[in-house]
Design a protein around this ligand. Structure first.
Ligand SMILES: NC(=O)c1ccc[n+]([C@@H]2O[C@H](COP(=O)([O-])OP(=O)(O)OC[C@H]3O[C@@H](n4cnc5c(N)ncnc54)[C@H](O)[C@@H]3O)[C@@H](O)[C@H]2O)c1
Length: 262
């Protein structure tokens, strides 16, 4: 059985990805901090939500376990990777979906602790996962098909006002993935990212609040498809990238955005 580690798995895109991978036969280690961040004014996923994701997978006959870790802490993530390797004999995919948002003011007015949270979770967190998960993917014997995956954003390529730090972090993720694609070369391990558009999750609700919009639904009008995306639609592309059919794709940042970046 192939094993995947997914961060940000308590809710939203990470939860949908954990569920989709389990449906496709993967053993999944569902990782989340499951604790609020004092620097951020909106709630993170909860321990109960993380347990519910794992219970749902198990009730459907799938294989999943939960692991609480903060992606800002490389040692925590190393322990998560070790847990997956011990349980399932190795690691075949790592998905960096954990993320936070803050802004709502020009960059020069943004409190330092919020800027730190955005950069440390959204960029450093992905670097941390790459540091500890890629060696595990490479520990699989050849011929291997390891997958390092990240969730970037349409904000990686668009200059979104009042979200400058978030844009910087997500552009950093896109650059990281391109470079990892070249570094991983002919190893059999690939690195790819998806760039979602406005997807119906708590981060989008917080984005609406930051822009003083009445509801997240307002973001739908910015996307040519004129609707918000469902987290499962982003998870489908991540699951494809995790699987054997994506073998020729590496270093790619794939829009899954209802046309937002067009
Ligand atoms: N929803 C959108 O419109 C959208 C668009 C583009 C990109 N994204 C990206 O998608 C990813 C998933 O976000 P989402 O929309 O599902 O939001 P979400 O808030 O529903 O989920 C994010 C999850 O990450 C977890 N998390 C936060 N900080 C963490 C940390 N330090 N360590 C471990 N886990 C942590 C949270 O507890 C939460 O469960 C993020 O990287 C986000 O930037 C979302």
């Amino acid at each position: 059985m192939k094993a995947a580690l997914v961060t940000g798995a308590a809710r939203g895109i990470g939860a949908a990805t954990a569920i989709k991978l389990a449906e496709q036969g993967w053993a999944v280690l569902a990782v989340d901090v499951a604790e609020d961040d004092p620097a951020l004014p909106y709630p993170m996923g909860t321990a109960e939500e993380l347990s519910t994701v794992v219970a749902k997978i198990q009730e459907n006959g799938g294989t999943a376990e939960e692991f609480r870790a903060d992606v800002r802490d490389r040692a925590h993530l190393a322990a998560a990777v070790a847990d997956a390797e011990q349980r399932w004999g190795g690691l075949d995919a790592a998905v960096a979906a954990a993320g936070v948002i803050a802004g709502g003011v020009p960059l020069w007015e943004m409190p330092l602790e919020q800027e730190d949270a955005v950069l440390d979770v959204n960029l450093r967190g992905v670097l941390n996962l790459a540091h500890v998960a890629i060696p595990a993917l490479l520990r699989r014997p050849k011929p291997r098909s390891g997958r390092f995956l990240a969730v970037a954003s349409a904000a990686a390529t668009r200059g979104l006002p009042m979200l400058a730090a978030y844009c910087a972090a997500k552009a950093g993720v896109a650059g990281l993935i391109r470079a990892l694609g070249t570094e991983l070369g002919d190893s059999g391990v690939t690195a790819n990212a998806v760039s979602p558009g406005s997807t119906d999750t708590p981060i989008l609700a917080e984005s609406a609040r930051l822009y003083d919009l009445p509801a997240a639904q307002t973001f739908a009008t910015q996307q040519p498809q004129q609707r918000l995306l469902d987290p499962a639609e982003v998870a489908s592309v991540l699951a494809f990238l995790a699987g054997p059919e994506s073998s020729a794709t590496t270093g790619a940042v794939i829009p899954v955005d209802g046309g937002l970046a067009l």
